[in-house]
Ligand binder design. Structure first.
Ligand code: SF4
Length: 349
């Protein structure tokens, strides 16, 4: 069962409560390069990114907020470290959410100002704890950034905001360790009802990053924990969003799931070039918005049985393929025309 969490509004997107799990990413063009950031934001929105974070390291980068907002309708989150003035400027520039750790802002007067402006403008704040951000007093107590130290750090930061009557809060507690991250989120989930942004930080390049994120994010979601996800890859943010969407699709948590593929691994019974057919079909349908399950199976022995849930699919035979819909054979097609015929059928559905 999904953990109860408060609903928080980030621009037009709501997270927490019963809202769909939102997929987010972060722009990685230089923060002074407006054109590249705008281009990247447009592409990310097109492929299904729900929320977009931008680094705001200095005053000049504040202009990104308006530049992106004038071209793309997507909630923007300002990633700010230490400087409360940047948080205030981002709020006045129309940002939809701020990621800042109040414990890092400095004196209470500064925190109070940020909390006041964000309250007035209904801007949520994400407290983003990671293993490198734990406060010195907690590191002294726990020696290393343990899962418990991260949870205590999150609670410490939450209390600072609550002291100023601010509770429009989202929390993340990430570490590069899947085990430690999962442990920390499970502990934190029991201690508060703020929505949780989940992910594995510094997960690495695509190969390991996808695996670590899928296991970490996937296992938390299956336990009902998590309201928005960010896959962190040393790669294009487009890959982060695609991976995030695929994680959600794989556990039936993506509301607009698009095409879902089922395909067999092939074996000695396969008599058509199924790997090529599967790849071509997937590529041809990558932008399809149809909510369909498509099966690409190698043979009649197991194929139709294993794919009986599919809305449409093919089963390979000797030099040809059989197209079926909801388990019923509709036509037999020579191998060379199989992908084109299958796509035609899908488009007509
Ligand atoms: Fe082999 Fe047929 Fe199973 Fe594919 S569906 S793995 S070809 S037995």
């Amino acid at each position: 069962m999904r953990r109860y969490s408060k609903e928080v509004k980030i621009g037009k997107v709501k997270i927490g409560g019963n809202n769909p799990i939102a997929v987010q990413s972060m722009l990685n063009a230089h923060s002074h390069d407006i054109q590249k950031n705008v281009e990247q934001a447009i592409k990310l929105k097109e492929i299904g990114c729900d929320i977009l974070r931008i680094a705001i390291p200095d005053k000049k980068s504040i202009q990104l907020i308006d530049a992106i907002k004038s071209k793309v309708d997507i909630p923007l989150v300002a990633d700010i470290h230490f400087d409360y003035k940047l948080a205030l400027e981002a709020a006045f520039a129309g940002i939809d959410k701020i990621r800042i750790n109040p414990g890092n802002i400095g004196n209470e007067e500064k925190i109070k100002q940020v909390a006041k402006v964000c309250n007035e403008k209904d801007i949520p704040i994400r407290i983003g704890v990671n293993s490198g951000s734990i406060e010195p007093h907690l590191l002294k107590k726990y020696s290393t950034p343990t899962a418990e130290a991260m949870v205590q750090s999150a609670i410490y930061n939450v209390k600072i905001l609550e002291k100023f009557d601010f509770n429009n809060i989202v929390i993340s507690i990430k570490s590069p360790s899947v085990i430690k991250t999962v442990e920390a989120y499970k502990m934190l989930a029991k201690k508060c009802d703020y929505p949780l942004h989940i992910g594995i930080t510094e997960a690495g390049t695509e190969t390991m990053g996808v695996i670590k994120s899928s296991i970490g994010i996937g296992s938390l979601l299956l336990d009902g924990i998590g309201d928005t996800i960010r896959v962190s890859l040393t790669d294009s943010p487009l890959k982060e969003v695609k991976t995030g969407i695929n994680i959600l699709k794989s556990i039936d948590m993506y509301s607009n799931r698009g095409i879902e593929f089922i395909s067999c691994p092939t074996c000695g019974r396969t008599k058509i070039d199924l790997i090529k057919i599967a790849k071509k079909t997937e590529k041809a349908l990558k932008n399809s918005n149809k909510n369909l399950k498509v099966a690409i199976m190698g043979c009649v022995v197991n194929g139709p049985g294993e794919a009986k849930d599919a809305d449409i699919g093919i089963t390979g035979a000797d030099g040809l393929g059989i197209i079926f819909k909801k388990g019923k054979v509709i036509k037999k097609v020579p191998e060379k025309n199989l992908v084109a015929e299958l796509i035609k059928e899908i488009e007509s559905m």
